[in-house]
Each structure stands twice: as C-alpha cells, then as structure tokens.
Design a protein around this ligand. Structure first.
Ligand code: NAD
Ligand code: UGA
Length: 473
C-alpha cells in the first residue's frame, strides 16, 4: 500500500477536532495523534489534569481523554513539528460566516482554511493526505490543492525533502451533546476523493470500529455538497415542525401529538420533529447561508429563496417567544423578573453559539426585563460575552439588567415568569410546588421544549404556556 498511516495531525482542537481525534485514538492505539491549535488557552485546557476543565463538555469524552491522553493522543501548539511528522492531516478549523467584504453575511470566511493550507504547504514533508473535516463550500478542495501546490511559497527553505499532497473530503456529521455516541456509531462515514489508495488509507482507519458498508465513497464535490445538504435538510425539518407549532397554538392542536402522528409514517420518520424555540448551534444557520450564497453564485435564485425561508421561519420562531412573554405579562415586563432556565443551544453541551437564549434574553432586556439566568454547564463569562455586559448593564439606555445564578431556585426567586429554553434533563425534575412558593404571583411558566412535568406547575398556581399547544393551562 502506498500509504502507511502512523502519525496523524489534526489542526483545530475544537468541538469537532477534540472528540473526533479522541475516538480515533481510542480505536487505533498504534497511531500517534497530535491535535494542534493556535489558541494556547484551549490547548492548556485540553491538557488540564482536572478533567472538569476540558474546554468542551461532551458526555463520554472525559473517559476517552483519561484513556488516551499522553499515550497516543496529544494536544499541542507546536504547529510546525506536528505537521512535519504527519502522514495524514485533518483540517478541523472553524468556518464561520464572513462578517465583512465580498459575500459578507452569507459566504463562509475561509481565512482559517487558507492559513491552515499555507501552514501545511510550508511544513509538511513527504507524501501527506490532507483531509477536509471542517464543513466547506463545495469546490474548496480545489482551492486547498492550489495553495498546497503553489510554488510561490517559501517551501524549500523549510523542507528537507519534497512534499506531495492528496486532498480528501471527510465531512463530520456529529451533533453536539451526542458527539461521542455519533462518532462511535455513525450512520455513515463519507469520504470523497480522487485517489483510490488515499481513500483506502482513510477507510482503513475508520474500519477499526465501523462496518465497511457504512463507509460511503464519492467524488470530492459530492462529499462537500452532501454535508451542506444534510444540515439544510435537518434544519428544514425543524422549521417545518415549528411552523406547524404556531398553527397548533392558534387552533387547539398539540404539536407533539401531530409530530407523533406524522412521524410514524416511515417516509417522514420520527427524528428531528421536536418543536422548540428555533434551531441554534454554530452550523445550521451558517451552512444554509453558505448554500444560499452558492446558489446565487451559480445563478439559482429560486433555490436560494427556498432555503432562505427556512432561516426566516427559524428567526420568527425565536422572536415569537419573547413577544408571547411580553403579551402574557400584561404588555410590559419593565422591572419584572424573568428567569431563563438553560442558555446552551441544546442540552448536554456548554456551547452557546447561535443559542436561541441569546436572542430571547436580548429582546427581554430591550423591553426592560430583569433577567436571571441559570444553566448547568454554561459559565458566567460565556454569558457575559454572548450578551455583551457593557451594552446591557443598568446604566445604559435600556432599563433591563441580567444576573447569573447558580441554581434554579435562586434564578426563580421573586420571578414573575420562568422560560424553559434548553431541554436539560434536570428541568424535568423541577419541584414546581417549591418553585411556585418563591415566585411572585401571578406567576407564569413558558415551556418552549415540551417538558413532561410542566403541567404540574399549573396545579401549584403557576399559569403555563406551552409552545405548540393550543390549550392554555
Ligand atoms: P471550533 O471553533 O470549536 O474549533 C476550531 C478550532 O480551530 C479553534 O480552536 C481555532 O483556534 C482553531 N484554529 C483556527 N485556525 C487555526 C490554525 N491555522 N491552526 C491551528 N488551529 C486553528 O469549531 P468546531 O465547532 O470544532 O467546528 C469546526 C468545523 O467543523 C467547522 O467547519 C464546522 O462547521 C464543522 N462541524 C462542526 C460540528 C459541531 O458540532 N460543532 C459538527 C460537524 C461539523
Ligand atoms: C447539527 C447536525 O445534527 C449534525 O449532524 C451536524 O454534524 C452538525 O449540526 C454540524 O454540522 O455542526 P448540532 O447543531 O450539534 O448538530 O445539534 P442538533 O441536534 O442538530 O441541534 C441543532 C439545533 O436544532 C438545536 O438548537 C436543537 O435544539 C434544535 N432541534 C433539533 C430542534 O429544535 N428540534 C429537533 O427535533 C432537533
């Protein structure tokens, strides 16, 4: 075989790079894996003795780190050394939406991909397989290849021998909160490429724990486009069910009953039909924006308009939560205390990127509300940075203020309303009798995630509004 993979380097120690490499390391003890990042703080946290301080929270991650770290899994900032030693390099860097310049607000900002490709071109030696793990616009492999093959870069002075590259696309489909489970038992692994032996080398790594039938191989562009399409389809289902949730509220139907009824049709399927405050997370929005940008670039306006609607509906769904809260609280929340339970974009992660909680809090602050926030995994500093402390303190043009609390009961004390934003399991265990006693009455509960136990709040004197449920309690 042309390739023998003994050393892997993963560039980017984030939500994808860290867990993915931990799972590969645990199944491939004979491969040395170095995960590198330019963010020193992040690398320090990955190397922290205390596993509670790992930079990301994912169920099952700690035990893998305990098993592999400093054996065949290493975290480092030494970019040059680990790129030079690698037989295979995964690119796992961030690919956010561009904030300025050409295509801003839609196109992907490829500056991290560009600089990563330049680092690889500069430091890699010998035959190296470069794997796109980040989600990328279709045709990015062409750009990467051009950068890697560029003769203008000061290659020679850094190299002891010539380098040769092959680029594969191997998009990641893990979801946060279930990353380790998804990596251990994926629905499929997708590998796009042009060189059969390189594809085989990557397949061989996955075949340590994944059945051969689940490893799909395609051409490069199909693999890149499939990732964007998968996210667009998933987001579209959420917008579809959320659109019906509003109709349920208007008519007396119940969105969970509707979801159950339609989901049993195998052609529709039961997954991803949970109505909520709108999808968050770092990827759905930016990947659909990217799809929209690509469609416009290729002159497909009708297609781009179609996907834009998925985003518009999502935005509307989140905004109608704060609007409903203000309406139910007699048209004003000025000076009223509102507890936000859950700040991460979904349960079992500390990630707050594009969390609906951010938008909801901002809107309530603009209405003059006093917000108390509790989340089991999100830190005060993270919330500060998401809400912008300077903008939303007491001495500015808004009346609103916010406070971080360490428990559900403290967040709820004297609150006029509670909003359940994230579906953390501990919210299912809330003792509504106890909570009702510390709230200010008339008290409201806004349940945006269809918790099973919230009907009990009504029994203890709290008025309950459930998203997607037309029968107000
Ligand atoms: P992240 O922001 O958590 O991590 C990216 C890391 O790359 C950062 O720590 C950053 O410092 C580092 N980095 C950037 N440029 C670098 C460079 N030149 N050298 C070394 N390190 C560099 O991002 P993420 O959530 O892990 O996402 C990474 C990619 O994977 C994105 O394209 C995303 O769309 C995709 N993806 C994410 C998920 C998810 O659940 N988060 C799932 C599937 C795919
Ligand atoms: C999503 C995809 O599920 C992954 O396959 C993909 O790899 C990843 O994006 C990515 O490319 O980053 P993630 O965003 O981590 O994963 O989490 P999801 O479980 O998809 O949830 C996204 C958002 O949709 C959350 O805010 C969640 O609460 C919401 N959601 C999800 C619903 O409102 N209803 C549902 O039925 C499912």
């Amino acid at each position: 075989m042309k390739y023998s993979i003994k050393n892997i380097c993963c560039i980017g120690a984030g939500y994808v790079g860290g867990p993915t490499m931990a799972v590969i390391a645990s199944h491939c003890p004979n491969i040395q894996i170095n995960v590198i990042d330019i963010n020193e703080e992040r690398i320090k946290a990955w190397n922290d003795e205390n596993l509670n301080n790992l930079p990301i929270f994912e169920p099952g991650l700690e035990s893998l780190i305990r098993k592999c770290r400093n054996k065949n899994l290493h975290f480092s900032c030494n970019v040059q050394k680990h790129i030079a030693n690698a037989d295979m390099i995964f690119i796992s860097v961030n690919t956010p939406t561009k904030e300025k310049g050409l295509g801003s607000g839609q196109a992907i900002d490829l500056k991290w991909i560009d600089s990563t490709a330049r680092q690889i071109s500069k430091y890699a030696r010998g035959k190296t397989i470069v794997v796109e793990k980040s989600t990328l616009p279709v045709k990015t492999a062409k750009t990467i290849k051009e950068i890697l093959g560029s003769k203008n870069l000061p290659k020679k002075q850094f190299k002891t021998q010539d380098s040769e590259f092959v680029v594969l696309s191997n998009p990641e489909f893990l979801a946060e909160g279930t990353a380790i489970k998804n990596l251990q038992k994926p629905d499929r692994v997708l590998i796009g490429g042009e060189e059969l032996e390189a594809i085989e080398a990557l397949s061989k790594i996955y075949s340590h724990w994944i059945e051969k039938e689940k490893i799909i191989t395609t051409n490069l562009w199909s693999a890149e486009l499939s990732k964007l399409t998968a996210n667009a389809f998933l987001a579209q289902r959420i917008s579809s069910i959320n659109s019906i949730s509003a109709l349920c509220e208007a008519t007396g139907a119940d969105i969970n009953e509707v979801a159950l009824a339609i989901g049993t049709d195998q052609r529709i399927g039961k997954e991803f039909l949970k109505s909520g405050p709108g999808f968050g997370g770092s990827c759905f929005k930016k990947d659909i924006l990217n799809l929209i940008y690509l469609c416009n670039y290729y002159g497909l306006k009708e297609v781009s308009d179609y996907w834009q609607k998925v985003l518009d509906l999502n935005d509307w769904q989140t905004r109608r939560i704060s609007k409903t809260v203000v309406e139910k609280l007699f048209g004003t929340i000025s000076g009223k205390k509102i507890a936000i339970l859950g700040f991460s974009f979904k349960a079992n992660t500390n990630d707050t990127r594009e969390s609906p909680a951010i938008k909801i809090c901002r809107e309530l602050l603009e209405e003059g509300g006093k917000i108390s926030i509790y989340d089991p995994k999100v830190s005060l500093n993270q919330i500060k940075s998401d809400l912008g402390l300077e903008k939303y303190n007491l001495n500015n043009s808004f009346d609103g203020s916010w406070k971080f609390e360490n428990s559900i009961i403290e967040a709820s004390r004297n609150a006029d309303a509670i909003i359940l934003v994230t579906e953390w399991e501990e919210f299912n265990q809330i003792d509504w009798d106890k909570i009702s006693k510390v709230m200010r009455h008339p008290a409201w509960l806004f349940d945006t995630r269809s918790f099973k136990n919230t009907y009990k709040a009504n029994y203890y004197g709290i008025r309950v509004w459930k998203l997607g449920n037309g029968l107000e309690e």
